[in-house]
Design a protein around this ligand. Structure first.
Ligand SMILES: Nc1ncnc2c1ncn2[C@@H]1O[C@H](COP(=O)(O)OP(=O)(O)OP(=O)(O)O)[C@@H](O)[C@H]1O
Length: 280
């Protein structure tokens, strides 16, 4: 591979974007050949990050680097195509924009996914709109997919199908994905790397395996909630019979005997890490 082809397909470097009452401030690198999931509470900055990456939002500071637009596939909440075009017209018109457009593949994908060719873009259901955008991405040899909440609002079968399509996309070595989701089961299934946002900042970013290995979900009785435990207990929840909290794995070794430890989920990390230690 050349130096150019091994460079990450998307990098945000020291990006800052101010809105009233909110500041996004982050750097992010999507490694070539991998899937990065972006998680965080409502309003943590996932969509602003994605829009900045796509050049739809102009940052106040920092740089973004992105693959050529012809190698980029985007799946947003609403397809960014002319709403009055039919699906077939959309394919025909986009074919002029993408040098590597594969009209047969577009027709096969949309038909196979039940997206009617004669239906106007504005008349598509949310799931159909998602599939149309994905069909476009897969018909022009995109090497990077950027997806904002691709599975939210989809029924379980459609969600499963979409995750399968994304897994198949990733069978090519040089393909990469950045996607945001509230559904952290999707992260566990697809993401090689997870970045957790809180109030516009990255609070954790690593391979999914290393992130999960860096913390334990601890649970104990009232007597085991010592000051030492409180000092390392992220997102502590106390209840009548005891407590549970996320604990850094290296601190877990020094916990009182009797404290039960489990491997956390990405949900546990996304919900509890922003709360930090020593908060009931
Ligand atoms: N165009 C805008 N003008 C002003 N504020 C904005 C604008 N777009 C986003 N914001 C604010 O920026 C913050 C982050 O919003 P963003 O949509 O990026 O979060 P998110 O993590 O995608 O949230 P959600 O999970 O609810 O979709 C919010 O406080 C939001 O109100």
């Amino acid at each position: 591979m050349t130096a150019q082809s091994t460079a990450s397909p998307l990098a945000l470097d020291g990006v800052v974007k101010h809105y009233p009452g909110f500041t996004l401030q982050l750097s992010l690198d999507v490694p070539r050949g991998f899937v990065m999931g972006l998680v965080g509470a409502n309003g943590s900055g996932k969509t602003t990050t994605i829009k900045t990456a796509l050049g739809l939002v102009r940052p106040d500071a920092g740089q973004t680097r992105l693959v050529d637009k012809t190698r980029l596939g985007v799946v947003l909440d609403t397809p960014a195509y002319n709403p009055t075009w039919t699906v077939t017209q959309t394919g025909r018109l986009l074919s002029g924009f993408y040098p590597s457009w594969d009209a047969q593949r577009f027709a096969a994908l949309t038909q196979g996914w039940g997206v009617p060719g004669n239906r106007k873009v504005k008349e598509l259901s949310r799931g159909m709109g998602m599939k149309l955008q994905l069909a476009v991405a897969l018909s022009h040899s995109a090497e990077l997919l950027i997806l904002d909440e691709p599975t939210s609002g989809l029924d379980p079968a459609a969600r499963d199908e979409l995750l399968d399509v994304l897994s198949e996309f990733m069978t090519a070595d040089d393909h990469s994905i950045l996607f945001s989701s509230h559904i952290t089961a999707d992260m566990a299934r697809l993401a090689d790397y997870v970045t957790i946002l809180d109030a516009g900042r990255v609070i954790a970013s690593d391979t999914t395996d290393d992130l999960l290995a860096a913390y334990s979900l601890a649970a104990g009785g009232p007597d085991e909630l010592t000051p030492q435990v409180r000092a390392v207990a992220h997102g502590l929840r106390s209840h009548n019979t005891g407590w549970d909290a996320l604990i850094p794995a290296d601190a877990a070794l020094a916990l009182p005997t009797g404290v039960q430890l489990e491997t956390p989920t990405i949900d546990d990390l996304a919900v509890r890490l922003p709360k930090g230690p020593d908060h009931d």
